[in-house]
Design a protein around this ligand. Structure first.
Ligand code: FMN
Length: 332
């Protein structure tokens, strides 16, 4: 309440969203207060087992918030059940010019065109290796979301993904292939089955060699159902372990803000739930789904679970609801 009634209005009025993000990340990482108040932020444990991993609850932090894998302990303390770090690319890159994140408070959304700023797979693999040495939390899986570097041509995408996957394989618990961000030119064209096949086959071959870990695909909410059905057949054929539905949408019809980029938050909620429902029906409930898009409340969380999600993630809900988000989303 303090966050929503006092802190958020001040933050939303005064500062650009990305600057707040960096300040908040710094506080989350270094403030001595978070470990002290962590016990107050904990939802009740309801452990689930999926792909031989134990999650202490079903709610995770969606990709994009912890791009650099520096906030894993912080989100553990905030009560989440897993973090998906990234998107990480083979090559370090600065992302798109700023400003590149915008709020639409009346619709409870965000528009971003970040373009995967990150330090690259080599640096982040080392960082995660160091974390793993000192912080063993078997009930807090770390998902690793990988994307294509901007400098890599689309026809070279498979090798680019493969490099990051092999580099990070030892330090992630599950992996997500991101072909669905609207902010890397041409990336979403990789969602066609002909483009996806060489990428996913190469990753699965490497996965078999390295010791199989859960490999998932993250899709956009703007795909036609026929295209999703074709992707699901490929996922089944290649024995991928699940799907993340969904990324941000390029459909801005629900907002008045005029900025290009992917829209998240409440405006994407229904679209994402409908897609989760479709996937669950098409696959007879057999393919694990991570449901993400517009989760702000416990009811939104249940909506995703009822639609067929095994795990749920959020990003924008945390910006709007603050440090107690996990507890409030998980506890009625
Ligand atoms: C500022 C911002 C950056 C994001 N960056 C990424 C990213 O790097 N990789 C990714 O797969 N998804 C990214 N996303 C998408 C989220 O992971 C999520 O799929 C989407 O925002 C819908 O969930 P939400 O409504 O809870 O935010 C980003 C979202 C936002 C708002």
């Amino acid at each position: 309440m303090i966050y929503e009634k006092i802190l958020r209005p001040i933050l939303f009025k005064t500062t650009d969203p990305e600057s707040i993000h960096h300040t908040a990340s710094f506080i989350l990482k270094y403030s001595p207060v978070l470990p002290l108040i962590a016990p107050l932020l904990q939802p009740k444990d309801e452990p689930v087992k999926l792909w031989d991993l134990t999650f202490r609850n079903r709610l995770g932090l969606a990709a994009g918030f912890d791009k650099e894998a520096t906030l894993i302990k912080a989100f553990y303390r905030l009560g989440f059940g897993h973090t998906e770090v990234g998107t990480i690319t083979r090559h370090a890159q600065p992302g798109n010019p700023k400003p590149r994140v915008f709020r639409c408070p009346s619709e409870q959304g965000l528009v971003n065109r970040m373009g995967f700023p990150n330090s690259g797979a080599d640096v982040i693999a080392e960082r995660l290796t160091r974390l793993r040495l000192v912080w063993g939390k078997p009930d807090y899986p770390i998902g690793v979301n990988i994307g294509k570097s901007k400098v890599t041509e689309l026809h070279e995408a498979a090798n680019d993904y493969l490099y990051s996957f092999e580099k990070l394989h030892a330090v992630g618990d599950y992996f997500v292939v991101n072909v669905s961000s609207p902010n890397t030119p041409g990336l979403r064209n990789l969602q066609s089955v002909e483009s996806l096949r060489p990428i996913l086959s190469a990753l699965q071959a490497a996965n078999d060699k390295l010791g199989s870990k859960p490999l998932l695909l993250k899709i956009a909410p703007d795909l036609a159902l026929d295209d999703i059905a074709a992707i699901l057949s490929l996922i089944t054929e290649l024995k991928l372990h699940g799907i993340v539905a969904t990324n941000t949408t390029i459909d801005h019809s629900a907002i008045t803000l005029k900025e290009t980029g992917g829209l998240s938050g409440v405006p994407v909620r229904k679209k994402s739930t409908d897609i989760i429902h479709f996937i669950a029906k098409e696959t007879g409930g057999k393919l694990p789904i991570i449901g993400v898009g517009g989760v702000f409340t416990h009811d939104d969380f249940l909506e995703k679970i009822d639609a067929g999600a095994s795990l749920v993630q959020l990003y924008t809900g945390f910006i709007y609801r603050g440090p107690f988000t996990a507890k409030r989303v998980l506890n009625r």
